[in-house]
Write a new protein. Structure first.
Length: 148
């Protein structure tokens, strides 16, 4: 049986996949050289991020986590304005989907999407330039073990 942490991460990934369909969403995968072959010339990579250090209650052992998940939004287009618009559009879709169900179907106490950190463009030799935006999403959940 998966941990509360793993269940929360799986639920978030599912919500993101639904929000940006048909864009491909991967979890904990390295960034590929090109994303031009993916639908909408875009790719999202959900990184498990940092669960932080849990706050612990005394008496009945409970651990409260504020887990910061990192989401890379990668768009490969020739024009930097189009890259920025697509990153913004995908981030908006994700933010709307996450705020529509702030408990991710009861797997977390609360989820809060953050803004997209400024995008940066990368131009590898011989490929179409791509832009990367980093979106942070916080998951708040409680466990009865210190390992999440």
């Amino acid at each position: 049986m998966p941990s509360v942490r793993e269940t929360a991460l799986q639920s978030l990934t599912t919500v993101i996949r639904t929000a940006v369909d048909p864009v491909t969403v991967l979890r904990n995968e390295p960034r590929p050289q090109e994303v031009a072959g993916y639908p909408r010339q875009a790719l999202l990579i959900v990184g498990d991020g940092d669960p932080g250090i849990a706050e612990q209650t005394l008496g009945v052992k409970s651990y409260f986590w504020t887990h910061s998940v990192e989401l890379e939004i990668i768009v490969q287009r020739g024009d930097s304005d189009l890259r920025a618009e697509e990153i913004d559009d995908l981030a908006s879709s994700i933010g709307s989907a996450v705020t529509a169900d702030t408990t991710l179907g009861g797997t977390v106490q609360y989820v809060r999407p953050g803004g997209v950190l400024p995008t940066h463009d990368q131009d590898d030799a011989g490929t179409v330039p791509y832009g990367v935006g980093l979106m942070l999403i916080e998951l708040w959940y409680e466990t009865d073990t210190p390992t999440g």
